[in-house]
Design a protein around this ligand. Structure first.
Ligand SMILES: NC(=O)c1ccc[n+]([C@@H]2O[C@H](COP(=O)([O-])OP(=O)(O)OC[C@H]3O[C@@H](n4cnc5c(N)ncnc54)[C@H](OP(=O)(O)O)[C@@H]3O)[C@@H](O)[C@H]2O)c1
Length: 326
């Protein structure tokens, strides 16, 4: 028989967040934008991270027009394109808040072959996001101890099981393992290869941080938003094909539901053992992680990554050709 399970509804399935402080990266558009909206509607003060002040402030204005209920949305500059900028972004946020109940790492570079430097996908999504998370971690820990709970939500992807990320021999034992050049694959395939690895590394870092976490009320969870159409407007052909694409992809709003479940569903607290440290498919369905995400390999990957932050000449990952040279 067909299941009678009700679809997820952020209005009724999330708890009241009055008094809580949340931070969402990539909040100016896509999945992050709608995540900000629903957290605010439940009463949270939500810091909307955007690397562009103009786009961030325009998003705050648009959200206020759409309606944010009893919550509040505040723009905060957040650029995780390099570890240094990510650290500065995190410190800027820390100077504005004294608690952080919910962190949603939603922002990322998608698999875009038009990017000038495709290796930036790993630099931003993995190294930038990790630096940001490590900068904010002490406040998440303190909040979880003082107020009884804090959540660190990673928006990742099934791409962590695909392309270059599914290589059973993949390893992250030294900084050189992050400096691999895939450009001979061709732009489209290379972009997806970098994206898949970036999502694998993000998930591994989350798994390792969860393993090492000594604060019982700090909850790490990873969410796959599903197949979400946040991209078809970026290309002429896909823009024309949008009606067809929309048959197979959900809207950005629906794409935010799994992040929201992780960030603010009371079920996560009530059934901690079931959800915390896990990877969830939409909405709220615990799913196996890719075979490369073992705890041992994840811890090794995290240690190598942290060592990379202090390594001279590590960033950018691949050498840049001088402008004008071939
Ligand atoms: N869409 C999907 O089908 C899908 C599927 C699986 C997983 N995901 C994951 O879901 C998350 C959100 O994706 P989305 O579809 O909402 O993407 P999106 O619409 O392309 O939005 C990406 C957001 O990330 C921001 N961003 C990118 N690089 C940044 C940087 N260096 N510093 C600060 N912000 C940066 C963008 O800011 P700008 O506006 O400044 O570029 C934008 O706000 C990502 O983690 C993605 O990997 C998406």
């Amino acid at each position: 028989m067909f299941s009678k399970k009700k679809p997820f509804n952020p209005e009724t399935d999330l708890e009241d967040l009055t008094g809580k402080v949340a931070f969402v990266t990539g909040g100016n558009r896509g999945i992050g934008y709608h995540t900000v909206k629903h957290l605010a509607r439940k009463g949270a003060t939500v810091y909307l991270g955007s690397r562009s002040e103009e786009a961030g402030k325009a998003a705050v204005e648009a959200l206020e027009k759409e309606g944010i209920g009893k919550g509040k949305v505040v723009f905060t500059w957040c650029d995780f394109g390099t570890p240094d900028k990510a650290k500065e972004s995190g410190e800027k946020l820390l100077s504005q808040i004294d608690r952080l109940d919910i962190l949603v790492l939603s922002g990322a570079l998608l698999s875009d072959p038009r990017l000038k430097h495709l290796d930036d996908i790993i630099q931003s999504n993995h190294f930038g996001n990790l630096k940001l998370l490590l900068t904010l971690l002490p406040l998440l820990e303190e909040t979880s101890d003082k107020y009884g709970e804090a959540r660190a939500v990673l928006v990742t992807s099934m791409a962590h099981t695909l392309s270059r990320a599914k290589d059973p021999n993949i390893q992250f034992k030294s900084s050189d393992d992050f400096k691999r050049d895939f450009t001979s694959d061709g732009k489209i395939k290379a972009a997806f290869g970098y994206y898949a690895i970036s999502k694998l590394c993000q998930l591994m870092a989350h798994v390792a941080l969860h393993k090492r976490n000594t604060h019982p009320n700090l909850l790490f969870i990873a969410a796959d938003p599903g197949a979400v159409n946040t991209w078809s407007d970026s290309y002429f052909i896909t823009r024309m094909l949008s009606p067809l694409i929309n048959l197979f992809f959900v809207t950005a709003e629906v794409g935010s539901y799994n992040s929201l479940f992780c960030a603010a569903s009371p079920k996560v607290r009530d059934e901690k053992e079931a959800y915390v440290g896990k990877f969830l498919k939409p909405v709220g369905k615990v799913s196996p992680m890719g075979a490369n995400v073992t705890v041992e390999r994840s811890e090794e990957m995290l240690d190598t990554s942290i060592a990379c932050f202090d390594k001279e000449g590590m960033f950018p990952l691949l050498p840049r050709k001088e402008e004008g040279s071939k």
